[in-house]
Design a protein around this ligand. Structure first.
Ligand SMILES: [Zn+2]
Length: 262
């Protein structure tokens, strides 16, 4: 039986992780052996539309270093996004680039996906990124300085730029905090590519209050958005994305002299 796209992507992810681990140990991966294990363990594209993705995956065997391998993986993700963008192309949002610019100081191109294409992309993307990201609602392409966003995150950000105030006693405070964290998290990866996930996430958390304040709402609203991000969302994050240094006066506090937190 022919593998499904899901089967094929899982095989590719396992093979790629294994090869990346070998390279990380400082061992040499010879081109011929790499091509042979790809043909054995991954094989041809399971569908016409994944042909370019499969070609890109096999071409990873041309890289000899951990960094080169990561670039190969990024190229595969980029091809997968391109496959799913064909029918409902993502839309560029200059105003969301501005959010990253005023908070983090980087200027990524930001794209918002449409629900139809995102729903198809997400489970496939998740196979390639299993466990590596705090949230699969934002996708970063470092080399292209680009962030692709989940339609739900985009809806919250669109309300935010239009100044729509979160409704009292609703989950909109939490959703806005999440939207601001997802965007600034990926932007923080661009600003400091060597920072850990825990540091990146902690910095993202601290962008929530100043960004909410820019909307011009009453201070209680701004405080509520920031507090819900800290008290409700933060403790729910997987362990690698949290740190005891993420606190007032901790190593990840962006403004250690101030007692305002987060
Ligand atoms: Zn991250």
């Amino acid at each position: 039986m022919e593998p499904t796209e899901t089967d094929w992507l899982s095989s590719y992810a396992a093979w790629s992780d294994e090869t990346a681990a070998t390279l990380a140990e400082g061992r040499t991966v010879f081109r011929a052996a790499c091509d042979a294990t790809f043909d054995e363990q991954v094989g041809n594209a399971p569908s016409e539309r994944l042909q370019a993705t499969a070609a890109m995956a096999r071409a990873s065997c041309g890289s000899r270093s951990p960094a080169g391998w990561r670039r190969g993986e990024a190229a595969v993700v980029r091809e997968l996004l391109a496959v799913h963008a064909v029918e409902f192309p993502p839309r560029r949002r200059l105003d969301f680039s501005d959010i990253a610019s005023v908070s983090v100081g980087v200027e990524p191109t930001v794209y918002c996906w449409q629900p139809e294409s995102w729903a198809e992309l997400l489970p496939q993307y998740a196979i390639l990124r299993a466990g590596e990201e705090v949230s699969l609602r934002g996708i970063l392409d470092r080399e292209r300085n680009r962030i692709d966003l989940d339609p739900g995150i985009c809806a919250s950000l669109a309300d935010y730029v239009e100044g729509v105030r979160p409704l009292r006693l609703s989950n909109q405070f939490l959703l806005l905090g999440e939207a601001l964290r997802v965007l600034t998290h990926q932007a923080e990866h661009l600003r400091d590519p060597s920072a850990s996930e825990a540091e990146v996430e902690c910095r993202a958390l601290q962008h929530v209050r100043p960004l909410a304040a820019r909307a011009g709402w009453e201070e209680e609203v701004t405080t509520e958005v920031a507090l819900q991000a800290w008290q409700i969302a933060y403790p729910r994050l997987p362990a690698p994305f949290r740190s005891p240094e993420c606190r007032d006066g901790g190593a990840f506090d962006r403004d250690p002299d101030s007692s305002i937190w987060p």
